[in-house]
Structures are given as structure tokens and as C-alpha cells.
Design a binder for this molecule. Sequence first.
Ligand SMILES: [Zn+2]
Length: 214
Amino acid sequence: MNLDPGIVCYQHCEGRLFGFSLPPTCHLCGADLSVEPLITPPFRVPYPFVRASQAPCTIVIKPSRGDFLHDYRSSNDLHIGVTDSEGCVFEYDSEGLHSDYTSSWKQSLSVPIITDSANHLDPVWQEYWNFSLHTLAQNPSWSTERYSETSFNCYSFVLEFLKTLGPPGVNVKTLTKTSLCAELLVPHTAAAARYISLYRRLLSHKVVSVTKSS
Ligand SMILES: [Zn+2]
């Protein structure tokens, strides 16, 4: 099942328009769009979310409850995990460390930590990523008993993973939940928030216009 709602962007006159489809007339000037040329032909706005299974060797995030498009409110309420090279999500929660809920990560944001120019992970890094992840996941620290929603949680596992991995360009020695969010996650959540806001406005207004001043 494809979860992309298919938002299209196009422009006839003054500003860019967004909708789930191209309407018969221009929302701004009323022109008949079946005969009038468009300044910008309709194109699909890129859907920012992925199935975690399609995002191997990345950090993945999703709302703690519900999904991004309908339930996401703020970055304070995100659940985080790590995928291995098969796209299997390793996550730590009140049930302990597990990797059997990958199918529930169907609308998640993928944060690549190591990429090369082709956006593919080098095989040596991939092997090291898997080794680090699988070894850490077997550590008995990640138990149901030790789990604490505020102090020993999904972020603790991901931080420990990154410290073990030591990816280039990330200062793991000083990495905290706050710096992880600010440096690595917020660029992705901020872009997704714009898409979410547009989607929600389109649920109540069939057409959303964005002019240069707005
Ligand atoms: Zn127009």
C-alpha cells in the first residue's frame, strides 16, 4: 500500500498552488485550466516518508503514537531506532530491545548517518554497521527492567550505537540526546513538518496557495 497522498504543485498566475489533483479552474483568477497554459506544469511534491524496510543502515524516527501525517505534534514525541543492512529496525522500548516490529515503521523519516556520493553505503561500512548494531543489541543492558521513559530509552540505545560506530563527521564524544536532535534529526523533521502542515491544510481546503509574500 502506497501511503503517499500525492500532493501536486502547479502555477497558473500569481502564486504556486497545491492540491490533491489539478482542478478545472485556477483558484486565484478563475481561468479555465483545461485550455490556459500553466507557468509551472503540475508535479508531485516529494513525499518525505519511507518504510523503514526500504532505508537500510540509517537512523529512523516516527511519532511515539500514531503516524506523522495525522498525529505528529512536536519533535519531543519521537520514537527512534536503527535499521540494519536488511532494513530491519532495532528499537528499545518498554518491551526491551527488539527487531520484530519493522512493519509498523511504514511512515518514518530516514536519517542517513554515513553516505557516499551515490547515496549508498560502502560495503565495508555496511558490514561494520551491522556488526556494531548486532553486537550492541545482544548486550543485556537493554532489558525491560532497566527501561525508563525519561532516562533510559530509545535515544539511549541510538546514542550508544553511534558512540560504538563512530561515524565520520559526528563528534560522538560529546553527543547527547539534545545535540543528536539538533544536529541530525531537526533538519529532517523541519522539512517533514512543512509537508505535514500542507497536507493538513489541504484536508480542509481543496486548494492551498503560496504567494511570494506568504
Ligand atoms: Zn490564475
